[in-house]
Design a protein around this ligand. Structure first.
Ligand code: NAD
Length: 471
């Protein structure tokens, strides 16, 4: 049991102004495994003002010193990597093998990258009679989701610290424990007081108070499109910068000349990792009609090999949904898919033997029409829609027929063929023939998937103001 009774504000653990604690539930056992404070507006006020006071000094700290703190944080995380992976497994339900790689090793790489990029803040560009300087945007508020909690946190925190910003962080109520561990590490490296502040609590209260606050210069939000819209509305009267990283319904376009086995197996695994609770999950598989029957067989066979089980068992490929309400949402969508006329190939319910824990079996729907709600809306569960197409023009039209544009993938007979298709898909990412995630490349969405970019130099730019000085 991990119990944190205090919030980390202004360089110390403070008694919260709010009343009560929120319970953290292990989604595999349904047991309470932790408690954190239910923060209140008074905590937001204290945290924002601490960040405000710390800002000038931190922004003026030499970039090499800021980089040193980021490197020290990476070292802390490396020292406590196994513990961090285990905490995220406990609060999220993602199998520990994935947690170690995706939720911990990735963030360490992300921190190291931004330690290397902090020096970019010192570069001055000359245009005509102007000198263009980069300066930190100011006090930043981070509102984070539960599905890749530390990855999302570091995607904001590392560039913000590199740029010279101070921050107030609000983790998701489902997965706050990793954020408290991170605050312990921040304390251990001796980051100046007020540079990092942590306030846990409900989104509608703590999140909106942060978005509204006139002393917050920028809010970076990752979560659902609906909550992102509310954050943008709350932030609008103070004209602060708002970076939104939202949901997706991403296509995997498999061409007729592709290696069908490799493509379909990759597509199934991509969706089922983290039980489908991945913003970039390739949940719409677009298949040539001429090879559709063959593809269904491969997809079903692959799905049946995936081991669902206790996330602490290294053999498990997928664990439970993060919460009871997420399981309800997913099961409702599965029922809706059947009502809409899609054909359930496998899964569709909680299998026998999984009565405890929020499990949903990996689910495949065949004969899906892209206009069905299960193909248009983000389900955020282990549900894959298999959609046939007649020719590549139709495949591209289907790929782009979505309110979202976060990610996409193409599996084609050649890299060139894949690239030609990738350029025609309206999404912030495209993975060709299984290309891997790159922390040096910008990540973010088109359309209703958001308006920001994280990672790489573009991720740093989110936290930068530019000043033109004419002389
Ligand atoms: P969510 O929108 O329910 O919550 C996200 C965060 O926003 C939480 O901290 C929550 O407390 C807070 N929040 C909720 N309502 C709020 C409000 N009115 N004002 C301020 N804050 C509020 O999302 P979730 O269920 O935690 O996460 C899943 C969603 O996140 C999915 O849609 C997924 O696609 C998306 N996501 C996107 C990315 C990306 O980079 N684009 C990455 C991960 C997750």
């Amino acid at each position: 049991m991990r119990e944190y009774a205090r919030l980390y504000i202004d360089g110390a653990w403070r008694v919260p102004g709010g009343e009560g604690m929120a319970e953290v539930i292990d989604p595999a056992t349904e047991q309470v495994i932790g408690r954190v404070p239910l923060g209140a507006e008074a905590d937001v006020e204290r945290a924002v003002m601490a960040a405000r006071r710390a800002f000038d000094g931190w922004a003026r700290t030499p970039s090499s010193v800021r980089a040193g703190y980021i490197t020290a944080l990476a070292a802390q995380l490396r020292n406590r990597a196994a513990e961090m992976a285990s905490v995220i497994t406990d609060e999220l339900g993602m199998p520990v093998q994935w947690c170690q790689a995706v939720q911990v090793e990735g963030p360490i790489a992300g921190l190291e990258q931004y330690a290397g990029l902090a020096g970019l803040m010192d570069e001055v560009r000359e245009v005509g009679n102007s000198l263009v300087y980069r300066e930190a945007v100011g006090v930043c508020a981070f509102i984070n989701p539960w599905n890749y909690p530390l990855h999302q946190m570091i995607g904001k925190l590392a560039p913000a610290l590199a740029a010279g910003c101070t921050v107030v962080v609000k983790p998701s109520q489902e997965t706050p424990l990793h954020a408290f561990m991170l605050a312990e590490m921040i304390e251990a490296i001796g980051l100046p007081a007020g540079v990092f502040n942590l306030v846990s609590g409900p989104g509608a209260k703590v999140g909106e108070a942060l978005a509204r606050h006139p002393q917050v210069d920028m809010v970076s939000f990752t979560g659902s499109t609906g909550a992102g819209v509310r954050v943008a509305q709350a932030a609008a009267p103070t004209v602060k910068r708002v970076c939104l990283e939202l949901g997706g319904k991403s296509p995997l376009l498999i061409t007729a000349d592709a290696d069908l086995h490799a493509a379909v197996r990759h597509g199934v695994q991509d969706v089922m990792i983290n039980s489908g609770q991945t913003c970039t999950a390739l949940t719409r598989m677009l298949l040539p009609a001429s090879r559709y029957a063959e593809a269904l067989e491969i997809a079903e066979a692959e799905t049946r090999t995936l081991v669902m089980g206790d996330p602490r068992d290294p053999a498990s490929f997928l664990g439970p949904m993060c919460s009871a309400s997420q399981r309800r949402t997913v099961l409702d969508y599965i029922r809706l898919g059947q009502e809409e006329g899609a054909r359930l190939l496998c899964g569709g319910d909680t299998p026998a033997g999984f009565e405890r824990g929020f499990y949903v079996a990996p689910t495949l729907f065949a004969d899906v029409d892209n206009r069905m709600r299960i193909a248009q809306e983000e389900i955020f569960g282990p549900v894959l829609c298999l959609i046939p197409y007649a020719d590549e023009a139709q495949a591209l039209a289907l790929a782009n027929d979505s309110p979202f544009g976060l990610s996409s993938a193409v599996w084609a007979g050649s890299r060139e063929h894949g690239l030609a298709l990738a350029r025609q898909i309206r999404a912030g990412q495209c993975f060709i023939n299984g290309g891997g995630f790159n922390y040096q490349a910008p990540f973010g969405g088109y359309k209703q998937s958001g308006n920001g970019r994280e990672w790489g130099e573009e991720g740093l730019a989110e936290f930068v103001e530019v000043k033109a000085v004419q002389c």
